[in-house]
Design a protein around this ligand. Structure first.
Ligand code: ZN
Length: 342
């Protein structure tokens, strides 16, 4: 019980890309870049194992951005010459640089299969792969090709994600996680078609199926919104809907938000990745602080279904802070495990 995991991204080593910068450019190219990414993945796995994290991932060391990494592997997408769009309903910024759809979007070859095989060969622990969810992709691209409604576009991406997820699972991924921060933004759309698109992406995937729903990275514009936000009722709408879905695990941000953890009770039967690590600061919380956050959820979730986790990706943090936070995460879970006699 209380197996630990992280949402996905870790800070990149400074020799790979500028640390802590959203969408940072690579410092190397071609074969040198691939070799450096291999090394960074080895380090990311090692740092998670050293910290005591149970379910590990590659720290998203091969992607500049959690959405573009998948898009860049498809035809018809442009992730270098960007467009501008009012994404996330303008919550964090009036305009955001986004990838463009400029032609027929297809997936001629698997996007992350080689990456998965490399990570699988370098750890014996359960392995997670993260993919952007269909609704969040649609909100984060400028469609200059199809010019269709967003539901059709989401279903198109869901099919591509499904093919990718099935292959990753077959090649040894234990958990496939879809990142859907937009599920905390467009509540009506979640009900109307968001869950359906997610189901289509998850269908027939032979691994644990997870969805990550957060209030964004720990970056200045997001933190500014969080500081003035008073309504934390979004999970109250989305979690009961997800309880009826075929998803196995739901990742929720609870450490740095104002979310009332009693809402977790609505996820009856699902595993919950409980955010107990604040990703908006380099200050490392103590293991005891982490343990308090885990204990707060226990009246609402059985410990067998509770996976202590980070709120979101650790990408914006320093490497030292990320390592410290992962250690506190594992130690905090161990404290509560002992208390529960596990
Ligand atoms: Zn997140």
């Amino acid at each position: 019980m209380l197996r630990t995991t992280i949402v996905g991204s870790l800070p990149k080593p400074s020799w790979l890309a500028p640390t802590g910068v959203l969408r940072a450019p690579w410092r190397l190219q071609g074969e040198e870049l691939r070799e450096a990414q291999d090394d960074a993945v080895r380090l990311a796995l090692r740092e998670q194992e050293d910290a005591g994290i149970d379910i590990v991932c590659d720290g998203e060391q091969r992607r500049r951005h959690y959405i573009w990494g998948f898009l860049a592997g498809l035809t018809g997408t442009e992730t270098d010459k960007l467009g501008e769009k009012r994404a996330r309903d303008g919550r964090y910024a009036e305009s955001t640089p986004v990838a463009r759809i400029v032609g027929e979007v297809t997936r001629p070859v698997p996007v992350f299969l080689d990456a998965l095989r490399f990570a699988r060969a370098h750890t014996t622990r359960p392995l997670k792969v993260t993919l952007p969810g269909p609704m969040t992709i649609v909100d984060t691209v400028l469609d200059e090709h199809y010019r269709c409604d967003e539901v059709s576009l989401a279903m198109r991406f869901a099919e591509l994600l499904n093919a990718e997820a099935r292959e990753l699972a077959a090649a040894g991924a234990d958990v496939i996680q879809f990142d859907e921060p937009c599920f905390n933004v467009y509540l009506d759309k979640v009900k109307a078609w968001g869950i359906e698109a997610l189901e289509r992406a998850m269908a027939g995937v032979g691994a644990r199926k997870a969805v990550h729903i957060c209030y964004g990275y720990g970056t200045p514009s997001v933190l500014a919104w969080k500081n003035k936000n008073a309504d934390w009722g979004h999970y109250g709408v989305t979690l009961p809907l997800l309880a009826e879905s075929s998803v196995d695990q739901v990742s929720v941000e609870c450490a740095a938000s104002g979310v009332d953890v009693s809402v977790l009770a609505s996820l009856r039967g699902k595993e919950i990745m409980l955010g107990v690590i604040d990703v908006g600061t380099d200050e490392v919380e103590s293991p005891e602080r982490v343990a308090q956050r885990i204990r707060a959820a226990l009246p609402h979730v059985a410990p067998e279904r509770l996976l202590p986790c980070t709120d979101c990706g650790l990408m914006p943090r320093t490497r030292a802070a990320a390592a410290g936070k992962m250690r506190s995460l594992a130690l905090g879970a161990a404290i509560v495990r002992r208390e529960l006699g596990g």
